[in-house]
Design a protein around this ligand. Structure first.
Ligand SMILES: *[C@@H]1O[C@H](CO)[C@@H](O)[C@H](O)[C@H]1NC(C)=O
Ligand SMILES: *[C@@H]1O[C@H](CO)[C@@H](O)[C@H](O)[C@H]1NC(C)=O
Length: 411
């Protein structure tokens, strides 16, 4: 069977190559360029054949989008290769739907963002409406060049602010793999996942200075089936944040720090927010972060929703300010109204095997609004980095304690 199959494949490939050669006779040079190369069953398109220069100076936005259009429109298994070089680009959309049955975006070079903010909307690079997309690096770097724009970000201090562009937005995709890429210095978030189902992100490095504003590593929203694993994130904001309407999120072996740690939320701020359910976070290390694992929800929520069925387990905390924190009175601004308790109900959340050091004395803070249901702490050992003991603080937490507990549980 296998030999037969191979023979047929050889014939098919030979015919394909022969047809290219004969068809070539009547083609102009322009039609002949670019040539896709065909090997291993996949057709490869090289971005440089579509005018991308990769010299760090030329604006390669249009060329990369042209190359994508051809790759996306081709049939079968297709690779769009961005060879080594620095590609200076403004807002760039890689949109489907694609004809290709599977599409690989192979980044061997560096994508470097333009710095003129007037060119941008809410994001820089968009992968959208694509099925079976793999974005993979071979020494690939995505550089948001954020330093020039950070001074213009007023969001940390102002509620109604203009947001700066997220480096890479994945929107409305199905079955996506993102792996082996380094992200640096986003203007705003490094990666955002929006309405994308079945996404797997592995072996990423995300890095920005500790004092850079809103440079979250990965933000997830209205997405289901997300795996993030074996990744290192150190930025000025959340390492990973899980926003409203997300379900079935599995995060493992991520090193966070510096930054604000891992966060569910903030939730309950806008009308019509969806629930966050089935979140499993495990085998993480937090180093010098503001929070370890945090669930944060706003007061005065216009819509009721649920944050439920979550397990955070096997975490090492190294000098983390708030290793375990539920905050249902989240308010990052000077003045927030305290009219109604948060409309988000927290249910069935387990923190298990969480160990290490806290850089503030309150190592466990469980501040619920309407009472939380089914919060469990199991085998917690968090020591104060300074002199003295750590403590717990609770409001309406109704927590259940199992196994070893340090700090002492709330009474
Ligand atoms: C090339 O063009 C000529 C004239 O139009 C035609 O007769 C010939 O079949 C073409 N060859 C190929 C390989 O398409
Ligand atoms: C993702 O799943 C949701 C809920 O199952 C569905 O409504 C939505 O259309 C899906 N989106 C994509 C891009 O597959």
């Amino acid at each position: 069977m296998l030999t037969q199959y191979l023979c047929i494949m050889v014939v098919v490939v030979a015919l394909y190559v022969a047809s290219l050669v004969t068809a070539a006779e009547n083609m102009t040079a322009a039609q002949l360029l670019p040539k896709p190369s065909y090997h291993g069953g996949a057709t490869t398109y090289n971005a440089k054949n579509y005018g991308a220069m990769g010299n760090g100076a030329n604006d390669d936005t249009k060329a990369l989008m042209a190359a994508w259009k051809v790759a996306c429109g081709a049939s079968g298994t297709v690779t769009l290769m961005i060879p080594p070089g620095t590609y200076y680009i403004g807002p760039t959309q890689f949109h489907g739907p694609c004809k290709a049955s599977a599409l690989t975006f192979l980044l061997q070079g560096t994508l470097k963002a333009a710095t003129d903010l007037k060119r941008f909307g809410n994001d820089w690079i968009e992968f959208g409406w694509v099925k079976d997309l793999t974005v993979v690096g071979q020494n690939g770097i995505i550089d948001g060049q954020g330093a020039a724009s950070w001074p213009f970000n007023k969001c940390p201090i102002q509620k109604d602010c203009k947001v700066l562009p997220t480096s890479v937005l994945f929107v409305n995709n199905l079955n996506t793999v993102v792996r082996d890429i380094m992200f640096v210095n986003s203007k705003f978030f490094h990666i955002a996942l929006l309405q994308s189902n079945n996404t797997r992100m592995t072996n990423l490095r995300i890095s920005a200075p500790e004092d850079s504003p809103n440079t979250d590593g990965i933000h997830i929203e209205r997405s289901t089936g997300v795996v993030i694993a074996d990744t290192r994130i150190g930025t000025g904001d959340d390492c990973i944040s899980i926003g409203q309407g997300s379900d079935n999120i599995d995060i493992a072996r991520v090193h966070c720090g510096p930054g604000h740690g891992m966060s569910v939320g903030s939730l309950g701020r806008y009308v019509g927010e969806g629930d966050v359910t089935r979140v499993h976070v495990r085998d993480m290390t937090f180093e010098g972060t503001m929070n370890g694992v945090r669930i944060k929800t706003w007061e005065n929520s216009p819509t009721e929703s649920l944050a439920a069925h979550m397990v955070f387990e096997n975490m090492v905390m190294k000098d983390v300010q708030n290793p375990i924190i539920i905050d249902q009175r989240y308010c990052p601004y000077y003045s927030c109204e305290h009219r109604y308790v948060s409309g988000v109900t927290i249910r069935d959340v387990t923190f298990k095997n969480i160990k290490g050091t806290s850089s503030l004395p309150v190592a466990v803070l469980l501040r619920c609004g309407v009472p939380c249901h089914g919060v469990v702490l199991e085998d917690v050992d968090l020591r104060y980095k300074g002199q003295g003991a750590t403590s717990s603080k609770c409001e309406n937490a109704m927590a259940k304690y199992v196994g070893f507990q340090y700090p002492e549980p709330c009474t």
